[in-house]
Write a new protein. Structure first.
Length: 501
């Protein structure tokens, strides 16, 4: 068998994001051979956010066919898939969806989240996140049980995480879920089992939930029907993946203790490495299990780059960025709270009723655009303030990944706001992270595969003068969040003390 880290081996990383499905073919040295993507559509109504699960399969199959075109089938060794965290659906015994996909930020299950936290509080305490949010998978499952009872309780019905539907289609039969996706459904990461007593208390029918394995476990192989639909050779290994944030972390090579990866996509997601389980009384930071016994703390905001498409539909981002950079030199430091959706905030604080706001004056479109860029940078800094407040190690290497990194001005702005050096991996992506994880199934540790396949890119150093200039902006932003009752005074005080250091 070919060395998994040789140029002859090809590993396929699949990424199901909010806006697109992506397939990336990577050889064992980390050289990206091909990548392809297809757009996804969403339906949003108030706190609800749904997608058509069949569209996930169609888009991903088309992306695979394009990415693998021209590659010798004999080189393709395996694949792994990431998807959005907390996205679930119900399917029949044949694997066909019976409900839409309730997306990662769907907030309809507020009442059910209260029940979940009452029934499972001691377990959630033990696992460190203390309480589940309405957007998590288990509250949404209860919502489905209450509002779609005929579907949810029909014989043979299964709860599937977003990734589970795809691995089922690839294998031609139901596969186990990975522990990363199962976290928000209540999976006990310490005991590696479903908390049966708590689930029974909540009325979750036995047999509704899938089996669970660790990321990196081989789930099966690609069946003939899936091979015909996707172009992935029949018999290719299907490797259990992770959620998108963990995938991006692997793709950035951020696997050393104290390392962090900040993913700026539609929303902002931070993932780090800690030698100990990080427990959060506020219930907004949660930990995945990582390779080698470490923990992967992190949080997912409801703010991020998606605010630009929402606030400036059809605009040219490069033109607006150039104009915004000019405005910074001549105007004030207007800053916006860059909330993407109507479902409130999830990190670095939990506030279902949070709404966007603007501090300072933005005289024109370019100034307002810059206020959004600056707002994301402020929120990112506050995320690190919060993580430090919890006792998570935050001073290790920092990488930026995600679609937002295509904006060079924004990258430097974020580095200046944080006042720390940042690395931009050459080709980091969640799909690359899944290719790395797939390669680890060939018998090498994930860290070793990442060292061979993740290529170091550019390094950004902060401008001390701009860091000093932005310090009062961050303080004003933090103070306004406190004034509006969104952020606790204890966290704000900690942020102020860090700024003084």
């Amino acid at each position: 068998m070919t060395d998994p880290l040789s140029p002859d081996s090809v590993w396929l990383g699949l990424d199901l994001g909010t806006q697109s499905a992506r397939a990336t073919a990577v050889d064992g040295t980390g050289r990206v051979l091909a990548t392809a993507s297809r757009a996804l559509t969403s339906r949003r109504e108030g706190t609800r956010h749904e997608q058509d699960p069949e569209e996930w399969w169609r888009a991903l199959a088309a992306a695979c066919r394009e990415a693998l075109r021209g590659l010798a089938p004999s080189r393709v060794r395996g694949l792994a898939l990431d998807a959005t965290s907390g996205t679930v659906l119900l399917a029949g015994r044949d694997g066909r969806p019976r409900t839409p996909g309730l997306m990662y930020d769907d907030g309809r299950a507020a009442a059910q989240a209260a029940r979940v936290n009452e029934a499972g509080g001691p377990v959630w305490d033990e696992l460190g996140y203390r309480r589940m949010q309405p957007s998590w998978a288990l509250p949404k499952l209860l919502w489905l049980l209450e509002h779609e009872p005929e579907t949810a309780r029909a014989p043979g019905t299964r709860l599937l995480h977003q990734a589970d539907l795809i691995t089922w289609r690839l294998a031609g039969e139901q596969t186990a879920a990975d522990a990363s996706h199962a976290l928000k459904t209540g999976y006990h990461l310490l005991q590696e089992r479903w908390p049966e007593r708590e689930l029974e208390r909540l009325g979750v029918p036995p047999g509704l939930l899938p089996g669970v394995v660790r990321p990196g476990t081989v789930l099966g192989t690609v069946c003939a029907a899936a091979a015909g639909a996707t172009g992935v050779p029949e018999g290719t290994a299907i490797v259990a993946g992770t959620t998108d944030g963990c995938a991006a972390q692997i793709g950035a090579g951020a696997l050393a203790p104290g390392a962090w990866n900040s993913v700026l996509g539609t929303t902002l997601v931070l993932k780090g490495v800690s030698p100990h389980l990080v427990r959060d009384p506020g219930g907004v930071v949660y930990c995945h299990r990582g390779p080698g016994g470490v923990w992967l703390p992190g949080g997912a905001s409801s703010s991020g780059a998606g605010v630009l498409a929402r606030r400036f539909p059809g605009a040219d981002p490069e033109r607006l960025t150039a104009r915004a950079a000019e405005r910074l030199a001549t105007t004030g430091n207007a800053v916006a709270y860059p909330l993407v959706s109507d479902g409130g905030e999830r990190f670095p604080f939990r506030a279902p009723d949070a709404e966007p706001f603007l501090l300072g004056e933005a005289a024109d479109e370019a100034a307002l655009f810059h206020a959004q860029l600056l707002g994301v940078a402020c929120l990112e800094r506050l995320c690190f303030d919060y993580l430090d407040h919890l006792g998570a190690p935050v001073d290790g290497p920092l990488t930026f990944t995600g679609g937002g990194t295509r904006n060079a001005y924004w990258n430097q702005l974020r580095a200046d706001m944080l006042g720390r050096t940042v690395r931009l991996p050459e080709a980091a992506s969640s799909a690359l992270g899944m290719a790395v994880l797939a390669a680890s199934s060939g018998g090498v540790p994930v860290a070793e595969a990442a060292a061979a396949m993740v290529r170091t890119g550019a390094e950004l150093r902060p401008d001390p003068a701009r860091t000093a200039r932005f310090a009062p902006v961050h303080r004003a932003f933090t103070d306004e969040l406190v004034r509006r009752g969104l952020l606790g005074e204890d966290v704000a005080d900690h942020a102020r003390r860090r700024a003084e250091q």
